[in-house]
Design a protein around this ligand. Structure first.
Ligand code: KIV
Ligand code: ZN
Length: 524
C-alpha cells in the first residue's frame, strides 16, 4: 500500500476563509489536535503576512511535536527569511515557496516574463534550502499553466532542491479527468520526479476539490493538501475528512492510504468549527450531524438487520459522537474534563475550574446541560483567559426596551484604566448598546456582522453571540461570547472584538516604533 501524505493547511489557507480568523492561542490548540489526528505536515501560517501569523507559526513550531511544521513564503528573500525565522524551534521544518506560473498571473499580477519566473522559482527554492532540507515548491495556478512551461518550472524547482512539488488548482477550475491527466503528464515528462513527491492542492469553486484530489492520487500524487471541514479561500479547499475517508473506504481502489488516526476526525472537526465560528452544514459528508442518521423507515429497517445495507463506514471509525446528553449540577471537574477531552479540548487546571463553575451555575437553573453547552462555555473561558490583553472591560450595562418606546442603552466601560460612560438609542437594545460601546472605544469601528444563536434547548438556552468589527483600514476583528442573557452576551462579544482591534493597533504602533528605532540605529 502506498502512503499518501496529508498536508493540513487549516491554519493557513483555512484561516483565509471569509469569516474565519483565529487567535494565536486558538491556532496552537488546533495544531495540537492536528498532531493527535496524525497529519504528516501542518502548514501553520504565512509568517510574512502579519505579526500574528509569525507568532502563530513560531509557537506551533516550538510546541507541537510529531508532524513537520511548515510556513508559507513567496519566492522572495524577505518572505523566505521570515518563514525560516518563525520555524527555527521546530523539530522538523518545511518552507513552502510559491510563485504563479499561469499566463494571466504572470502578465497581470507579477508582470514578469517566463524566464524571470523560472529564475525566481529556482532562486527561491535554493535560498529556502539554506535554512532546511525540506522545501516545497508550488507553481500557483498550475492547472491553468501552459503544460510545457509547467514542466520546465517544476524541473527547475526540483533541480534547485525542492523535495515536494505541489500542483495547485488555485481557482478550482479543473475537472477530475483533466486534472488527473495533468498529474500523469507531469510524472511522465519530468524525470526529476524520481527525487520529489508530487502533491496537489485543490480549491472547491465548482465543488470538485475532493474529486480532483482523489483523481490526482489515482494518477500518482502522493501528498494531498487539505483542510478540516473544507475551510479555505473562497469556497474552500479539499476537505481532509472526505479525502482521508475516501482513501480509507476505497483503499483497494486506490492502492494507497494515509496514516491518519481517523477516530480523531469528529473531534477535530468540532474543534475547528467551534474556534472559527464556521459551522458544518448538517448534511456534510463524514462530519455533518446527519452523516450517520437514517431517517427513512426503509433505511432504518435495513440498518437494523445489517448496518452495511446503508452504511459504508462505521460512525466510530471517524469518532462520531452524535448527540449525547451529559451533565447535571452534581457533576464535577472530572466529568467536565472528560466531556471536553472527547471534543478535543485539553484545558489547564485554572480554565477547567472556571468552566466547571459556570457549568454548575447553568445546571443549577436548567437541571441538565448538553455537551454543546459545555463546549461553548469552555470556548468562552478560553478566549477570556487567552493572552489577548483586555484593555477594555465592561463595568455596567443597562438597557431599556419595550413596545412604543425608543430602545436605549447605557454602557460603562474601563478603557485603558479610565472609566467611560456612554449612552445611545438604537433600533433595538443590542443596536443601542453597540452604538454606545463604539462611541466609547472608537466611533470608526463598524459593526459589519452580528449573529446570535441558541446553543441548545428553548428560551432558557445558552446564547452564543458573535460579532465582526471593521476598521477604516478594512481590517476585521471578531469577538464572541456565551451566556444566558442575549443582550449582555452580545455586548460581551463586542467588548472582545473591540479589545482585538485595540490590541492590533497597539502591536502595529510598537512594530512601527521598533523598525523606526532600528532604522535610526543603522544610520549611526
Ligand atoms: O491555492 C493556492 O494556489 C495556494 C498556494 C499558495 C499553494 O494556496
Ligand atoms: Zn490555496
Amino acid at each position: 500500500m502506498d502512503k499518501v501524505r496529508i498536508f493540513d493547511t487549516t491554519l493557513r489557507d483555512g484561516e483565509q476563509s471569509p469569516g474565519a480568523s483565529l487567535s494565536v492561542d486558538e491556532k496552537l490548540v488546533i495544531a495540537h489536535q492536528l498532531a493527535k489526528l496524525k497529519v504528516d505536515i501542518i502548514e501553520a501560517g504565512f509568517p510574512i503576512a502579519s505579526q500574528g501569523d509569525f507568532e502563530a507559526v513560531s509557537l506551533v513550531a516550538a510546541r507541537v511535536r510529531g508532524p513537520v511544521i511548515c510556513g508559507l513564503a513567496r519566492a522572495l528573500p524577505k518572505d523566505i527569511e521570515r518563514a525560516a525565522e518563525a520555524l527555527k524551534a521546530a523539530e522538523r521544518r518545511r518552507i513552502h515557496v510559491f510563485l504563479a506560473t499561469s499566463k494571466i498571473h504572470m502578465e497581470k499580477k507579477l508582470k514578469k516574463s517566463e524566464a524571470e519566473v523560472l529564475e525566481g522559482a529556482a532562486a527561491g527554492v535554493a535560498l529556502a534550502r539554506r535554512f532546511t532540507d525540506d522545501v516545497e515548491f508550488s507553481p500557483e495556478d498550475a492547472s491553468r499553466t501552459e503544460p510545457e512551461f509547467l514542466c520546465r518550472v517544476v524541473e527547475a524547482a526540483i533541480e534547485a532542491g525542492a523535495g515536494t512539488i505541489n500542483i495547485p488548482d488555485t481557482v478550482g477550475y479543473a475537472m477530475p479527468d483533466e486534472f488527473g491527466e495533468r498529474i500523469r503528464m507531469l510524472l511522465a515528462r519530468v524525470p526529476a520526479f524520481d527525487r520529489a513527491v508530487l502533491s496537489v492542492h485543490c480549491h472547491n469553486d465548482l465543488g470538485l476539490a475532493v474529486a480532483n484530489s482523489l483523481a490526482a492520487v489515482q494518477a500518482g500524487a502522493r501528498q494531498v493538501e487539505c483542510t478540516i471541514n473544507g475551510l479555505g479561500e473562497r469556497a474552500g479547499n479539499a476537505s481532509l475528512e472526505e479525502v482521508v475517508m475516501g482513501l480509507r473506504v476505497r483503499q483497494q481502489h486506490f492502492g494507497a492510504g494515509t496514516g491518519i488516526a481517523s477516530q480523531e476526525i469528529w473531534n477535530t472537526s468540532r474543534l475547528v468549527a467551534n474556534l472559527t465560528g464556521i459551522e458544518v452544514q448538517r448534511n456534510k459528508a463524514i462530519v455533518g450531524l446527519n452523516a450517520f442518521s437514517h431517517e427513512a423507515g426503509i433505511h432504518q429497517h435495513g440498518v437494523i438487520s445489517d448496518r452495511e445495507t446503508y452504511e459504508i463506514m462505521r460512525p466510530e471509525d471517524v469518532g462520531w459522537m452524535g448527540h449525547t446528553l451529559v451533565i447535571g449540577k452534581h457533576s464535577g471537574v472530572h466529568a467536565v474534563k472528560e466531556v471536553l477531552k472527547t471534543r478535543g479540548y485539553a484545558l489547564q487546571a485554572e480554565a477547567l475550574r472556571e468552566v466547571t463553575r459556570r457549568v454548575k451555575e447553568v445546571a443549577d437553573r436548567e437541571k441538565q446541560i448538553e455537551e454543546e453547552d459545555i463546549v461553548a462555555i469552555a470556548r468562552d473561558v478560553m478566549s477570556d483567559l487567552s493572552s489577548d490583553e483586555q484593555s477594555i472591560t465592561l463595568e455596567e450595562l443597562s438597557v431599556m426596551t419595550g413596545s412604543r418606546i425608543t430602545p436605549c442603552a447605557v454602557v460603562k466601560l474601563k478603557v485603558g484604566g479610565k472609566e467611560s460612560v456612554c449612552t445611545s438609542i438604537g433600533v433595538g437594545p443590542v443596536d443601542a448598546a453597540a452604538r454606545a460601546l463604539r462611541t466609547a472605544v472608537d466611533p470608526d469601528l463598524r459593526l459589519v456582522e452580528y449573529g446570535l444563536k441558541a446553543i441548545t434547548g428553548g428560551t432558557n438556552a445558552l446564547a452564543h453571540a458573535s460579532i465582526r468589527f471593521e476598521d477604516t483600514a478594512g481590517r476585521q476583528f471578531v469577538g464572541d461570547a456565551v451566556g444566558e442573557d442575549v443582550i449582555v452576551t452580545s455586548v460581551a462579544a463586542m467588548v472582545k472584538g473591540a479589545n482585538r482591534a485595540v490590541n492590533a493597533r497597539r502591536r502595529e504602533q510598537s512594530a512601527g516604533a521598533q523598525s523606526a528605532a532600528q532604522a535610526g540605529g543603522g544610520n549611526d
